[in-house]
Design a protein around this ligand. Structure first.
Ligand code: HGY
Ligand code: MN
Ligand code: MN
Ligand code: MN
Length: 414
């Protein structure tokens, strides 16, 4: 039986083939994926993942928010499991690797332990978290948030997408409501392997990101109320222009983020004009400001300033303004013991590595609330993600999975 230190590596070709096969489900229009949460494509991807896991000898459990837990028994039935996972749902114009790499690398860890006849003391559970992206139903990391006790199940079930469809109804429609209570499972440790989604590892020519922290986030959903009017016949001094207010608020967010450099970001990805007609000034404009920082004081200070200045901008234009925080987590510090296990694994394997703060949010951020948790990252080409052109190499994918395998086995004990 292999032990850590021996030539314990994954089968990178098999991992890559699984990534390419999963990418065929919910294809995008430019080489990436559109496998949004709780769509038929999401369900098809879940079923493919389930079939692969069962072929590897795992047994499936599903909780009431659709989180999939695929278990490999350990030699000690009383030992709490080690969880390894990420998410299979994608952005509408997502890449083939964001989230998917972490779920399928977790399966590859199992497949490799089977090949190497490794039996661990702790059971190992591969996880697919529902609705990590938050693209269709805000907030992001919704299901792992319910698992960690951050949100109630009812709150999650009542979330609505832009078409007014309800999360709970969609989960029932695709028949992925399980019978396990959400959060009933206890974890000995949680590992998540993910592409960096930023430019640092590639620029520094490092194969592995040893993730020590994740920056915190606020999603502030603004609702601006103007007056619908004719864009041609309404004199400029008679307009109650919610669209103009939004533009000025977006400019202000940029200014606030730039004045808080280094280490802060702010921007807007989603805007909804109503009635969204070319020749009607909008009656309402709804948009979400996404601000992030690893510095708690800067993060909360940016939120306070943006809300204050947005209210003043709207008032000056006679536009109504309300704001609701629809997503939030504080900056996260990952577990030092698990971070060291990742670093040691990279060193034992001879992979170049560096400490990294995650710019993107992950299910690991909520897992860290209920168990020791950490992440492993690999580079991505040009740091590009949330774009169908997202790309990694098979070598990068395999190196991170090797580190994941070794860190998991080291922690699981054999
Ligand atoms: O928003 C995020 O950071 C993640 O991609 N859901
Ligand atoms: Mn992700
Ligand atoms: Mn993402
Ligand atoms: Mn907070």
């Amino acid at each position: 039986m292999a032990a850590p230190g021996q030539n314990m590596r994954v089968n990178a070709d098999r991992l890559w083939d699984s990534l390419m096969d999963m990418a065929k489900i919910g294809p995008g229009i430019a080489g990436g994926n559109n496998r949004q949460t709780l769509t038929d494509a999401d369900s098809e991807g879940r079923k493919l993942f389930q079939s692969w896991c069962e072929a590897a000898g795992l047994t499936m459990g599903v909780d009431k928010i659709g989180n999939m837990f695929m278990t490999r028994p350990g030699t000690d039935p009383d030992a709490l499991p080690i969880y390894v996972g990420s998410h299979l749902d994608t952005q509408p114009t997502g890449g083939k690797y964001d989230g998917v790499l972490g779920v399928l690398a977790g399966l590859e860890v199992i497949r490799s332990m089977n090949d190497l006849n490794i039996k661990t003391k702790h059971p190992i559970v591969v996880v697919n978290w529902t609705n990590e992206e938050g693209a269709r139903f805000a907030p992001a990391m919704l299901a792992s948030g319910v698992f960690a006790g951050i949100h109630s199940l009812d709150y999650a079930y009542d979330r609505k997408d832009m078409e007014g469809l309800r999360f709970g109804d969609e989960l029932a429609r695709i028949c992925w409501i399980g019978d396990e209570e959400v959060g009933a499972r206890k974890m000995h440790a949680y590992f998540e392997y993910h592409i960096e989604q930023g430019p640092i590892l590639e620029a520094e020519e490092k194969q592995i990101g040893v993730v020590t922290h994740c920056q915190g986030l606020w999603w502030l959903e603004f609702a601006l109320t103007g007056r619908e009017a004719h864009t041609g016949s309404t004199p400029m001094n008679m307009r109650v222009n919610a669209g103009l207010a939004m533009a000025r608020i977006m400019e202000m967010v940029q200014t606030v983020a730039m004045e808080n450099q280094p280490g802060c970001v702010g921007g807007v990805g989603q805007v909804k004009f109503s009635p969204n007609s070319r020749n009607v000034l909008p009656g309402t404009v709804i948009f979400t400001v996404d601000i992030r920082s690893p510095d708690q004081t800067k993060l909360d200070g940016m939120r306070a300033r943006i809300e204050k200045e947005a209210a003043a901008i709207a008032e000056a234009l006679g536009v109504g303004c309300s704001v609701e925080a629809v997503g939030h987590f504080d900056p996260v510090t990952f577990d030092p013991t698990l971070v060291s296990a990742v670093r040691k694994a990279a060193e034992d394997l001879g992979y170049s590595h560096m400490n990294l703060i995650s710019g993107a949010g992950h299910d690991a951020c909520w897992a860290a609330k209920v168990a020791p948790a950490t992440m492993v990252m690999c580079p991505c080409v040009g740091g590009l993600s949330h774009n169908e052109a997202e790309e990694i190499s098979k070598e990068w994918a395999g190196a991170g999975a090797d580190v994941l395998l070794r860190a998991v086995v080291e922690t699981a004990g054999i």
